[in-house]
Design a protein around this ligand. Structure first.
Ligand code: SF4
Length: 432
């Protein structure tokens, strides 16, 4: 039984000293980041991934892909020490691509190049760009260069977009393309509000079909809902597509986002203003109940959208002194970071490690921990309500007033579970 550190319910740091994050950022503590790329690519109908790596990586990545129900085999060359040391990586990759092309109903062959192939020097110029009319797209995601699986999703999406998206000479007026692996109800809610403003959602990427990628070229503007689609946003900007960054999160974020979308889509200003005000009024009416007042909450995850959740919690009345994420800091994270810092968040840790999160738990006392499985387990040992960010929070609506009400109501229920957790600790304590 772990030692129970006595923690008073929710409160500031005991020492009064500023929080110091751990120094070592060399070892990202996530599963192989390439999984993010594989997940995005395997979900595209007709995409037949060819993975160039050694058998160890292949085994692990095939396992997680099937675990997440890809229902698709991965074609890969047999790359062992003998093949690698004899410089056969290039031939092996070409053979795997040829094999992928022989599969049924293939519309694209993403070639996923991982640590081993990258280290061995896989040359893009020696790979085919097409086999039997099937496009071949190289996606380089070695973990030493791509540190988190959200960022690997970005690399994958930008690679296929670069290949398939062509800016339409006359984009469809009033249409918005959403970018982000979001809860399925979110694009519907966003579409409902945009229609009231005179616009609509054209498609949501990463999509399920190459045609959805192509559709992105016909949108009047694109909204990157998550802050890690840096390359993807770059590809679209190069093509002259207007990009709205940020997300319709909480009261402040939603109203500002709707206005920005209205401007990008050239919608009627008065109508946009009315719809934004309606959304704001609904959200404010809910927030007036201060659903999370007095709670101190820790947010930690590796999804890349942790700061968005933290913003909601703060608007709900919670104190969120610490937020950590696996993604890196960038221009796209700047607005959320500035907002959080202006609203009481003292530490925002990028490329986090479990040691950072545990140090935060020792620094402040929390009423609720929303974190990785390891951190949630650590919190439970201390009798603190805790949930796994990815499976519990990331699977609920988040955006606009509807998402806010759903997410904050759920978090309020979690906070009420503290007596249960304390009973659990007492039970195991008595049993010693
Ligand atoms: S060696 Fe690289 S590609 Fe292979 S599993 Fe490890 S991190 Fe992933």
């Amino acid at each position: 039984m772990a030692e129970i550190i006595p923690l008073t319910p929710g409160g500031p740091s005991a020492s009064g000293e500023p929080f110091k994050e751990g120094a070592c950022k060399l070892h990202p503590q996530t599963m192989c980041p390439a999984f993010g790329a594989l997940r995005v690519l395997a979900r595209i109908d007709g995409a037949q991934p060819a993975m160039v790596t050694d058998t160890g990586c292949l085994y692990g990545l095939t396992f997680v892909t099937h675990f997440y129900a890809a229902r698709k085999s991965i074609v890969a060359p047999a790359l062992g020490t003998a093949e690698l040391s004899s410089g056969k990586v290039q031939e092996a990759a070409s053979a795997a691509i040829a094999e992928a092309a022989r599969e049924q109903n293939v519309s694209v062959i993403p070639v996923i190049s991982l640590c081993v192939a990258e280290t061995a020097g896989l040359a893009e110029e020696l790979l085919p760009t097409e086999v039997d009319g099937k496009p071949v797209v190289l996606v380089r995601v070695p973990a030493y260069a791509i540190h988190s699986h959200p960022e690997a999703k970005d690399v994958a999406l930008s690679a296929v977009m670069r290949r398939f998206v062509e800016r339409a000479p006359e984009p469809e007026p009033g249409t918005l393309v959403l970018i982000g692996e979001v809860f399925p109800a979110d694009p519907l809610m966003i579409d409902g509000v945009l229609r009231k403003m005179g616009g609509r959602v054209l498609t949501t990427l990463p999509g399920r079909h190459v045609d959805e990628l192509r559709l992105a070229g016909r949108g009047a503007a694109v909204a990157a809902l998550h802050p890690f689609y840096r390359d993807t946003v770059g590809v679209l900007r190069e093509q002259g597509v207007g990009v709205v960054s940020g997300a319709p999160i909480g009261v402040d974020g939603s109203a500002a986002w709707l206005r920005a979308v209205g401007a990008a889509l050239d919608l009627d200003e008065e109508v946009v203003e009315r719809v934004a005000a309606e959304e704001e009024a609904t959200a404010r009416a809910f927030l007036a109940t201060r659903p999370l007042a007095g709670a101190t909450i820790l947010v930690s995850g590796y999804e890349g959208n942790e700061m968005l959740y933290a913003r909601l919690l703060v608007e709900g009345g919670a104190h969120v002194p610490y937020v950590s994420t696996s993604i890196g800091q960038s221009m796209l994270t700047a607005a959320d970071e500035a907002w959080l810092r202006a609203h009481g968040t003292e530490a925002i840790v990028y490329r986090k490690a479990i040691e950072d999160d545990k140090a935060a738990m020792a620094h402040w006392s929390f009423d609720l921990v929303i974190g990785t499985t390891t951190l949630a387990a650590h919190a439970k040992e201390h009798g603190i309500p805790s949930v796994y960010y990815t499976n519990i929070l990331s699977v609920r609506p988040l955006f606009l007033s509807g998402g806010m009400i759903a997410s904050l109501s759920f978090v309020r229920d979690l906070l009420n579970r503290r007596p249960l957790y304390e009973r659990m600790v007492a039970f195991f304590d008595d049993g010693q």
